[in-house]
Design a protein around this ligand. Structure first.
Ligand code: AMP
Ligand code: MG
Length: 411
């Protein structure tokens, strides 16, 4: 690149070659929500498990009702009652019927269910005014799934319906790729947690909230550690303590060239972390490497809130998706028409905060905020990042740009 800066793509490639897919585990169903299935799921049951009624009504022999009609209704004695969950061994004899509820097992002898709406709803005897077709309102055993059918393929995203299917076939646990456990640490002696009060020169820690939420949105579990002041010993012990429960650690702050940039100081002395200048704006200083024998990936993100956020989107989220086994790794870039001119630094990939909207069937995108990496309100107003290539430094209104939509949830 000639500038002594590392390219965004080279940095991302280094990260992706370091992180690896988490090993699949047996998870409780609800712990597997949002995870990817790591087995082909063969059903141990047939579904539905037995012939049952799909309506509240009467289990009948259709031949008995061939002549039922509003003018010549047929009255049958009701030999019994079957609620969902109960069964009867008595077959339905010719000329009789049994009251049956939705989901109850069909008794022997019956070949149709007459819905209660076609009848007078009688309990001892019932008058039926329409002839049923044989087989109506019966859900047949095995009509959907046979024993051994693969009902979910390995790699399937486990959402509400998939977890329900696992329960429907009686599974308590499922083999899935677990969520990465991510420890989020803010560093800086100027930081105060919300709920505290600010003295001169202090600000509230916003990064740990942004990054924790971003981790969760990416499908991982976040442990928000809060604030560690710019104190090398404290940071080192915090990192050591957190290592055992972390699949990834994210710090923010302390990675530039300031006198108290302790993250850089501490991480440079332990693990394999390297601090590099990446050709991007915002987010130029980036720390990445591994800590401990387990080689836990650690990101040392820059402290400015916009830089931390963009760095997460560009580097951390793809790493989490790699660990989860999710595809695609990166968010898709969509074309959109720029509504206002945009300047960007030459030789760096810029990620400009913007609002993406639909207009007359096209996508239009309008920059918001400004280029400063401290502009948190501008970031909060944005729903997209315009990605300006390294070789472009000026864009005019009306040009087509590539945009990363931030609100689109990826599976
Ligand atoms: P640093 O990377 O530590 O030099 O921080 C760069 C800028 O980001 C400084 O203005 C910090 O005050 C600010 N900053 C660092 N960490 C946070 C945080 N957790 N929340 C909000 N602002 C922060
Ligand atoms: Mg700092």
């Amino acid at each position: 690149m000639g500038s002594g800066l590392k390219s965004v793509d080279a940095h991302l490639a280094d990260i992706l070659s370091t992180v690896s897919l988490l090993v699949a585990r047996d998870l409780e169903l609800l712990d597997a929500q949002g995870c990817l299935l790591a087995e082909d799921l063969a059903s141990p049951l047939v579904l539905p498990p037995f012939d049952n009624s799909s309506m509240d009504g009467y289990a009948v022999r259709s031949a008995d009702l061939r002549d039922a009609d509003p003018r010549t209704p047929v009255t049958l004695p009701v030999a019994g009652d079957i609620a969902a969950g109960s069964v009867t061994s008595d077959p339905v004899r010719p000329g009789t019927c049994v009251r049956i509820m939705t989901g109850a097992q069909l008794p022997a002898g019956a070949d149709a269910v007459v819905p209660v709406e076609w009848t007078d709803g009688g309990l001892a005897k019932v008058t039926i005014s329409r002839p049923p077709v044989a087989g109506q309102h019966i859900r047949r055993a095995g009509e959907e799934v046979a024993v051994g059918d693969i009902v979910l393929a390995a790699g399937t995203h486990l959402g509400p319906a998939q977890l329900g299917l696992l329960a429907a076939v009686g599974r308590e646990k499922v083999r899935a790729r677990p969520r990465p456990r991510v420890v989020v640490i803010s560093t800086g002696s100027e930081l105060v947690d919300v709920g505290g009060s600010l003295s001169q020169g202090q600000i509230f820690d916003s990064n740990s909230y942004t990054l924790t939420a971003a981790v969760r949105e990416a499908g991982a579990t976040a442990y928000r550690m809060g604030i560690v002041p710019d104190d090398a010993r404290l940071l080192q012990t915090t990192l050591q303590d957190q290592l055992s429960r972390a699949d990834m650690i994210i710090t923010s702050g302390g990675v530039s060239v300031g006198a108290y940039d302790v993250v850089k100081e501490v991480l440079a002395s332990i693990g394999t972390v390297r601090f590099e200048r990446v050709a991007m704006q915002p987010g130029m200083p980036q720390g990445f490497g591994t800590l401990g024998e387990e080689r836990v990936p650690i990101f040392g993100l820059p402290g400015n809130p916009v830089s931390a956020f963009v760095s997460f989107e560009v580097f951390v989220r793809p790493a989490l998706r790699r660990m989860l086994g999710a595809e695609p790794i990166t968010r898709p870039l969509v074309p959109a028409t720029l509504t206002a001119p945009l300047r960007a630094p030459a030789g760096k990939r810029a990620f400009a905060r913007a609002r993406l909207a639909a207009r007359d069937g096209d996508r239009v995108v309008t920059p918001v905020g400004g280029p400063g990496s401290h502009l948190v309100a501008g970031l909060a107003a944005a729903n997209a990042l315009v990605v300006v290539p390294e070789e472009v430094s000026e864009l005019a209104a009306g040009e087509t740009v590539r945009v990363m939509a931030l609100e689109r949830r990826q599976r």
